[in-house]
Design a protein around this ligand. Structure first.
Ligand code: NAD
Length: 362
């Protein structure tokens, strides 16, 4: 069968280099012709922000940053940007800081220069998210896509190892879910398999040597490719499940991805044998032609990285599982390669909740 697909690439500059953030950031602001910067960085990232934003014409500094962008915080930040007559936004931090900058860009049209310090990847997508009364709404709008992204792995050496692992597995989830998401195509697959390769080699290096630049570089590079593929492919079964769990039960974002990923991979891999083999190769499997090689390689990566293993350990209550099954059934795309039923989804979520092994070992 011939190839047939439509692929859209998003316009964005990426400047990558360890130790270069301060210089690169000033150059990107210059390039935009901006003279009044609103800086978004949480109080926890204050020291980092001081270090790299020192050469910028900052007119306002916003430090109230929460996961999933509460709508009332977004409203106040938008007002602050207008009152300060800002002409550009700079975000320094993880997905939550970029998310707040996106919420401001959405209504003001201001360009964003993003300086990520985790592997969440929001900086490379045109997806925004806002939360009101516990319900998270997301949408896509090119106005929120950062104009430039500055990657500097020196900024990530302070990310604690457990958070680095969860965040890196969140990035790997972008890679894997993109293989079967609603707009999956061969270009996304190429980006995401290279991203998976970089993350699978980078994460164990970060665990072994958290201060080392090579592993951190590989993870940032992999996280960027993962997010580009994900932005194009859309949210597949894995992201829809994590979105429900995070929104309805307040589970932590990256850790939820880290726990759920092996279960969704085991659920779908058998329906996509060719991509499963390519993923197994990317994850470094010694036996990529085995039917469950990709799952086995992911299990090994998670074991070596001490990844979180169950939704129960993240604080989810067993009593919430039937409600979670109902919500997830409604959210999983009907394009998912393995058909989803109340029964198999119940099995999947109970297994992820308890941390039961995803496959039978021989
Ligand atoms: P986060 O931004 O909330 O950061 C997690 C924690 O790590 C925070 O406490 C933060 O202060 C700390 N931290 C960040 N960088 C650090 C560093 N270098 N050193 C030490 N500590 C550091 O979490 P996240 O996982 O990066 O982002 C999650 C948010 O991003 C969620 O709201 C999620 O929905 C959103 N997200 C959006 C997209 C998108 O495309 N729109 C993609 C991925 C994630």
């Amino acid at each position: 069968m011939g190839l047939s697909f439509t692929h859209e690439s998003l316009p964005q500059r990426v400047v990558f280099g360890a130790g270069g953030a301060r210089r690169h950031l000033a150059a990107e602001i210059d390039r935009l012709g901006a003279a009044r910067v609103m800086l978004v960085a949480s109080a926890a990232e204050d020291a980092l922000a001081d270090r790299i934003a020192g050469d910028l014409p900052v007119v306002y500094r916003w430090s109230e940053v929460h996961p999933h962008v509460p709508v009332e915080v977004a409203r106040r930040a938008r007002r602050a940007a207008i009152d300060a007559e800002a002409d550009a936004l700079v975000s320094i931090g993880g997905g939550s800081a970029v998310g707040l900058a996106k919420a401001v860009a959405m209504t003001t049209g201001l360009p964003i220069v993003a300086v990520p310090t985790t592997y969440a990847g929001s900086e490379a997508t045109n997806v925004w998210g806002l939360t009101e009364k516990g319900v998270k709404t997301t949408g896509a709008d090119n106005a929120v896509l950062p104009a430039s992204v500055i990657y500097d792995s020196e900024l990530t050496v302070g990310l604690p190892v457990d958070l680095s692992v969860a965040s890196g597995l969140n990035a790997l989830a972008h890679c894997i879910d993109s293989l079967w998401a609603p707009r999956a195509d061969p270009i996304n697959a190429a980006l995401c398999l290279e991203g998976a390769r970089a993350l699978a080699t980078g994460l164990p290096e970060v665990v072994a040597d958290p201060g080392g630049i090579d592993g951190r570089d590989r993870c940032l590079y992999g996280a960027y490719l993962a997010a580009v593929g994900f932005a194009s492919a859309g949210a597949g079964m894995h992201h829809q499940i994590c979105h429900v769990l995070g929104g309805a039960y307040g589970l932590p974002h990256a850790q939820t991805h880290a726990v759920v990923l092996p279960y969704v991979l085991a659920f779908n891999a058998a329906s996509l044998p060719t991509l499963g083999r390519r993923l197994a190769v990317a994850l470094g499997s010694p036996t990529p032609t085995d039917p469950d090689a990709a799952s086995a390689a992911l299990d090994e990566l998670r074991r070596r990285s001490n990844a979180p293993t169950s939704l129960a350990e993240l604080g989810m209550r067993e009593a919430d599982l039937p409600d979670a099954v109902r919500r997830c059934l409604a959210a999983v795309p009907d394009t998912n390669p393995t058909p989803v039923t109340p029964r198999n989804l119940t099995e999947l979520l109970y297994a992820a909740w308890s941390g039961r092994q995803t496959r039978r070992t021989p």
